[in-house]
Design a protein around this ligand. Structure first.
Ligand code: NDP
Length: 247
């Protein structure tokens, strides 16, 4: 039997990049997967059709959108048990610029998507997971939430916030067997990091002890571990997956 067979997973931002790799991995491990997209329906529906997952539009920064999404997943014909066993808060954006140029809206949109989005999603699923007396919540943070980074005051604050959110949710929900963890990637090859020049990438690679950037599948495998029963005694942790960069 596959590791996640019979489990229902919901992944935010599963249309591209790390989220897409997580969706593919959880489905390959046997889970029934629901995932969200925000602005790229064609890509999302293509992924869903290819692997037999379910793609749904949602804006994680919007409370009504999150409520509708959770209701749809819990009432979906592909989810007759009306449960969610695994929530992966992956959706995230950057609006990088130096602090003197950073606008209030650059700050708000990044905090709303990356941090408030994880709060809204986790809160919406807390009640169902409490009734199930089981659940896994996995937040996708970043090493810059630990190290900080020039030009990313908004983004690194959102990712640092996710670490505190993870620990607090974990402590509050542990008695109901809901395990909450964070995965903090280093530099992963996705659309988000495609803007970096070849020269910058070379310099970055030379500072990574493993000497290379990572593929999204290398984050998905850690998420799959945390989502599985193999991680039944792991909660409130931030697992850094960065090739040794921040150590
Ligand atoms: P991408 O830019 O490749 O993909 C972002 C995903 O988030 C897309 O699926 C997008 O949907 C979705 N999304 C964006 N805004 C919203 C929203 N408001 N509501 C719902 N979904 C939304 O990013 P990555 O795959 O690179 O990053 C995934 C996560 O990993 C993020 O949290 C990021 O911060 C984190 N991370 C990435 C690193 C990297 O090096 N790439 C390093 C460390 C952390 P749509 O396609 O529909 O727009």
């Amino acid at each position: 039997m596959s590791k996640l067979s019979g489990k229902i997973a919901l992944v935010t931002g599963g249309s591209r990049g790390i989220g897409e790799a997580i969706v593919r991995r959880l489905a390959a491990d046997g889970a029934t997967v629901f995932f969200t997209f925000n602005s790229s329906p064609d890509k999302a529906h293509a992924v869903a059709a290819e692997i037999g997952a379910n793609a749904l539009q949602a804006d994680v920064a919007n409370a009504d959108s999150v409520q509708n999404l959770v209701k749809t997943v819990l009432e979906h014909p592909a989810n007759p048990a009306k449960r969610v066993d695994i929530l992966v808060n992956n959706a995230g954006i950057t609006k990088d610029t130096l602090v003197l140029r950073m606008s209030e809206s650059d700050w708000d949109s990044v905090i709303d998507t990356n941090l408030k989005g994880a709060f809204l999603m986790s809160k919406a699923l807390t009640k169902p997971m409490m009734s199930q007396r089981a659940g896994k919540i996995i937040n996708i943070g970043s090493i810059v939430g630990i190290t900080g980074n020039a030009g990313q005051v908004n983004y690194s604050a959102s990712k640092a916030g996710l670490i505190g959110l993870t620990k607090s949710f974990a402590k509050e929900l542990a008695s109901r067997n809901i395990l909450v963890n964070c995965v903090a990637p280093g530099y992963i090859d996705t659309d988000m990091t495609a803007k970096i020049s070849d020269e910058q990438k070379k310099a970055l690679q030379s500072s990574i002890p493993l000497g290379r950037t990572a593929q999204p599948t290398e984050i998905a495998s850690v998420v799959a571990f945390l989502a599985s029963d193999d991680a039944s005694y792991v909660t409130a942790q931030t697992i850094v997956v960065d090739g040794g960069l921040a150590s």
